[in-house]
Write a protein that binds this ligand. Structure first.
Ligand SMILES: [Zn+2]
Length: 356
């Protein structure tokens, strides 16, 4: 119902009472949402301390776009509930932040989110990158215990969002005519994955080409704590590192195979296959930003295991306000994959076309 001055005087009193009651309800919901974001942001981030000097002596100092500002009496610096969070410096209202988190959780496209938030595309895109960066904390802190299943997957490189002159190869991959098709191509990226008996899990880009012992050492080993058993497929890269670390290694023959002791790779296989489904709505994620999406996938899986859907909003909000990020509008298009695409595609001898 849209009320304007033209028809408001045509309403009968009972309709006006009805509208007032509906507006009051809406106001209550909006105020509650505002309070949730402001409270979570405030308590989680600052714990009642100034984010600059950690002082406790600060006072309210007006509002900016509905966001409460403070001034610290110890260091005289101004801050608000969003300082040091993913939403710092965005000048968004609490309602827009609320809309963003809901769209983000439901994987609403950037284009539709732009419409709902009434902001420009870059703002939404930047916010998404910042959120994904905030999720990396989960991977960095994860510990694997007890019985662990580990396996790697390979994905093609996606150069989406790379400027034409920075392209390490032609946009369409050439066919592999004349080269060996045996084994894993060096043009594939390798993603290490592991899950333990308590559903602690991670996925991490470890390099290009087939898995090496060194990739196992740098990605899996630091996360292994009190290990009873490590189950993998028969690759020697796992064998070498298991020897070095004295892990109780059980290698099963194939993905579907269960050995006599009942060891299988069912859990890690299901983690890997779920990733494909998770990535589908994004219609091709660029490799330079893929790690963020891997972290998002794991974050969402943990949420699904630990809380009901209606609590996802607060968990995502909490993570986004308790973790700062170094992503900004200047570096958001950088390559965060840790891979050097020019080196990977060096064998293509690609020279970008020039205009005469
Ligand atoms: Zn201060």
């Amino acid at each position: 119902m849209i009320i304007d001055n033209n028809n408001i005087y045509d309403l009968v009193p009972s309709q006006i009472v009805q509208i007032i009651s509906k507006l009051n309800d809406a106001l209550k919901v909006i105020k509650e949402r505002k309070q949730t974001i402001s409270k979570v942001a405030h308590f989680e981030k600052h714990k009642h301390n100034c984010p600059y000097c950690n002082g406790t002596n600060f006072i309210k100092y007006g509002h900016d776009n509905g966001v409460q500002n403070y001034i610290c009496k110890e260091c005289s610096r101004k801050f608000n509930d969003l300082t040091g969070t993913v939403f710092a410096g965005t000048r968004l209202t609490y309602e827009q932040i609320d809309t963003f988190i809901n769209c983000f959780n439901d994987k609403v496209s950037i284009r539709k989110t732009v419409k709902r938030m009434k902001v420009n595309k870059n703002t939404v895109y930047l916010l998404r990158q910042k959120m994904l960066d905030a999720f990396k904390i989960v991977r960095e802190n994860i510990e694997l215990n007890g019985e662990v299943e580990a396996d790697e997957i390979y994905r093609s490189i996606n150069l989406k969002g790379t400027k034409r002159n920075n392209m390490p190869r032609f946009s369409k991959p050439r066919t592999s005519k004349g080269t060996s098709t045996r084994g894993i191509s060096n043009h594939k990226i390798c993603i290490m994955g592991a899950i333990d008996e308590n559903d602690s899990m991670f996925l991490q880009i470890v390099g290009n080409g087939p898995l090496t012992s060194n990739m196992v050492k740098t990605s899996l080993t630091p996360k292994m704590k009190n290990i009873k058993k490590l189950i993998t497929d028969c690759k020697s890269s796992y064998e070498n590192e298991a020897k070095n670390q004295s892990w109780n290694l059980k290698q099963v023959k194939s993905e579907l195979y269960k050995d006599l002791e009942g060891n299988s790779l069912a859990n890690i296989n299901s983690l890997h296959s779920g990733l494909t489904t998770f990535l589908t709505p994004f219609r091709g994620v660029s490799t330079k930003h893929l790690q963020g999406y891997l972290d998002w996938y794991i974050f969402e899986k943990i949420l699904n295991y630990t809380c009901e859907y209606d609590q996802h909003f607060n968990s995502v909000l909490k993570t986004s306000v308790t973790n700062s990020t170094n992503i900004n509008s200047l570096n958001m298009n950088d390559n965060f994959s840790g891979l050097d695409f020019n080196a990977i595609y060096a064998d293509y001898n690609y020279i970008p076309p020039t205009l005469n």
